[in-house]
Design a protein around this ligand. Structure first.
Ligand code: ADP
Ligand code: 6PG
Length: 224
């Protein structure tokens, strides 16, 4: 059993992956076929794949790709905020630690529930989009693995402030406006020395980001 503050140790995984570098310059994005990720259905180990980072880094986009490729459900973190948090964020007021606890706990519970569906067919895992800006927020999610054969993996999507601002500005009809990005970056503690977390630089096109993420996920899954 893990004691408080202790994190599950993972086999070596790529700590930082760069999707902004075109490793195969002769390939057009549309010719790139991402690796497919197959996880054994009979394995007692289940995975919680948490896609993290500030608003606009691509959590929902990447989360949907993983949902499809892994054949598991996808939980959008935004859906688990109480209305008061959404109102705050919509008014440009950054959330406090207190605002975030209940949200993180609800999201963690939803992830655990998704691993034990009522139909009795446990999935190989679940994908969760959650900003998880600080280490202590990731620690709240990590509790889901205590005393259970669950492995948690954080996939942090790293992007510069300028690009984040551009991408958030592009989004229509979302309560989170671009001026919140700065406060999120101030709160951000990038994962460092956290064995269950990888960083993916996501400046590149969606195709390249998708490929890098799927390669990283395949590598982690194969190492378990
Ligand atoms: N690699 C990418 N290149 C360009 N635009 C992207 C990329 N990934 C996501 N986007 C776009 O950026 C915006 C924010 O992405 P989204 O997945 O909603 O981020 P998040 O869930 O982290 O807030 C969306 O309009 C999305 O289509
Ligand atoms: O996609 C987005 O717009 C954000 O990532 C959004 O998910 C927001 O970040 C969280 O709902 C909680 O806010 P904090 O990131 O400030 O905790």
């Amino acid at each position: 059993m893990l004691s408080a503050g202790e994190r599950p140790q993972h086999p070596a995984s790529p700590a930082i992956v760069d999707a902004s570098t075109v490793l195969m310059p002769n390939l057009e994005p549309k010719t790139i076929s991402p690796p497919s990720v197959m996880l054994p259905h009979k394995s007692p180990v289940q995975h919680i794949w948490v896609v993290t980072g500030p608003a606009g880094c691509g959590k929902s986009t990447v989360g949907q790709v993983l949902r499809k490729e892994l054949g598991v459900s996808f939980l959008e973190g935004d859906d688990y905020h109480p209305a008061s948090n959404k109102t705050k964020m919509g008014n440009g007021i950054p959330l406090t630690d207190e605002d975030r606890w209940d949200w993180l706990i609800s999201l963690r519970k939803a992830a655990i529930d998704a691993l034990s569906p009522a139909d009795g067919n446990p999935p190989t895992g679940v994908v969760v989009a959650c900003s998880a800006l600080k280490q202590k927020y990731r620690d709240v999610i990590r509790v889901a693995a205590y005393n259970s054969p669950v492995k948690i993996h954080f996939i942090y999507l790293k992007l510069t402030e300028n690009v984040l601002m551009q991408r958030v500005s592009q989004r229509q009809a979302h309560y989170m406006k671009s001026d919140m990005v700065r406060s999120q970056l101030q709160a951000l503690e990038e994962p460092q020395g956290e064995d269950d977390a990888i960083t993916i630089n996501v400046e590149g096109s969606q195709e390249h980001v998708q490929r890098r993420v799927l390669e990283a996920v395949a590598e982690i899954a194969n190492a378990v």
